[in-house]
Design a protein around this ligand. Structure first.
Ligand code: PLP
Length: 378
């Protein structure tokens, strides 16, 4: 899909446009529900009702109990709440297992807790970012992504059964899986984190799932909201918008994912025909929504990734070299390092990530533009 400016946006894994009905719902709730959900008056009760109704809907859609659903401000907050909450519950005996191919919300939080005495182990990963979980022993918390946000690799769901035999707690970062792949097997984890803005919902809302029988110390204090698990006045309108976005994403998941799979296959085959020196870093069995490339030139040299991203940008096409960086600077992806790539290879990485209405002609336009931009470096 080209957006209204004629630009082609292929960076939907970083964030994506809000669904129009979701926007209308947020607008309606903002105008109609003004009370604080903790207030006992009519306006407060209406806000409380909407939040609890949203919680029940989200729980129903994911096959959970409403009491297991905690609304947060982002997936980053959710991940921090799980990891730091587990730390405060178990310190000085805290042990984490994760990988360096996770999102920085996970790796940097674990490293931060390491400074305060938590033991942590980075599991080895293969070329797709899939971890080797053999060395895991409990008691510990294992934190892994269901879908790698840069490579699209899907965590084998059988790992959850294997990990359960090891008496560990499991946290799944499900941000890039929700509404895109079948998340059912991952919902048996002890804790899960999700984000609103990756499923055409609003930015500023996320989910923390705490499955029954599990406990965490709260990260935020100062109110008793969310059953004492996340203090702070709830974002009523964003929660309602998130709930509608989730409903729509799950309803459309099968047909839309099929369409995206065909777009992904088309891109792979166009690249194979037109630019065969490019290496695809995403497994065929991965999420169809993400395709990661290393830009080898026909003579075997590596292309300058930053120049390619800027060249494509001038041609009206937005792609990235990995997850969005807070500083906006061009940093080689830590995930590509984690899977064993050199700095030069990581600097030639490109991540294409699709939106819900991406078409075959979009990837045709992308490949032609990529050819033109790359040929300046031939
Ligand atoms: N985890 C993964 C896998 C992500 O892709 C992202 C966002 O890029 C996050 C966590 C953080 O999500 P949020 O922007 O809601 O904090």
């Amino acid at each position: 899909m080209q957006n209204k400016t004629g630009r082609l946006f292929l960076d939907h894994a970083s964030t994506t446009w809000m669904d129009e009905e979701v926007r209308a719902e947020i607008d309606k709730v903002t105008r109609q529900i003004g009370g604080n959900p903790s207030s006992i008056h009519e306006e407060g009760r209406r806000a409380r009702f909407l939040i609890e109704e949203s919680r029940e809907t989200v729980a129903g859609l994911l096959g959970l109990r409403p009491s297991e659903v905690v609304f947060t401000g982002s997936a980053t907050e959710s991940i921090n709440s799980v990891l730091q909450g587990y730390y405060w519950l178990t310190t000085p005996l805290t042990t984490f297992y994760s990988t360096l191919a996770e999102h920085h919300a996970t790796t940097e939080t674990i490293e931060f807790l390491g400074d305060y005495g938590a033991r942590f182990y980075w599991l080895p990963v293969d070329q797709w970012g899939t971890p080797d979980i053999d060395s895991v022993t409990g008691p510990a918390l294992v934190s892994l992504m269901a879908v790698n946000n840069e490579l699209g690799t899907i965590l084998p769901s059988g790992f959850l059964q294997e990990l359960k035999k090891k008496q560990v707690k499991i946290h799944i970062d499900g941000v890039q899986g929700l509404g895109k792949i079948d998340m059912t097997p991952y919902l048996s984890a002890d804790f899960l984190s999700f984000s609103g803005h990756k499923i055409r919902g609003p930015r500023g809302v996320g989910l923390m799932i705490i499955r029954q029988g599990n406990e965490l110390k709260p990260l935020l204090h100062g109110g008793s909201q969310e059953r004492n698990r996340r203090s702070g006045t709830e974002a009523t309108a964003l929660i309602a918008g998130f709930t509608l976005a989730l409903k729509k994403a799950l309803k459309d998941q099968a047909p839309v994912s099929d369409q995206i799979r065909s777009v992904n296959h088309h891109l792979r085959s166009l690249l194979h025909d037109r630019l065969p020196s490019i290496r695809v870093n995403s497994p065929e069995t991965g999420s169809p929504w993400i395709l990661n490339l290393t830009l080898f030139l026909p003579d075997g040299r590596l292309a300058d990734g930053e120049a390619v991203i800027m060249g494509l940008d001038s041609a009206g096409i937005s792609v990235s070299n990995g997850s969005a960086c807070s500083s906006g600077s061009f940093e080689p992806s830590h995930v590509l390092f984690a899977i064993g790539q050199s700095t030069e290879e990581a600097r030639s990485g490109l991540r294409i990530s699709f939106g819900h209405d991406q078409s075959l002609s979009d990837v045709q336009r992308f490949v032609e533009a990529l050819y033109t931009v790359l040929s300046r470096q031939f």
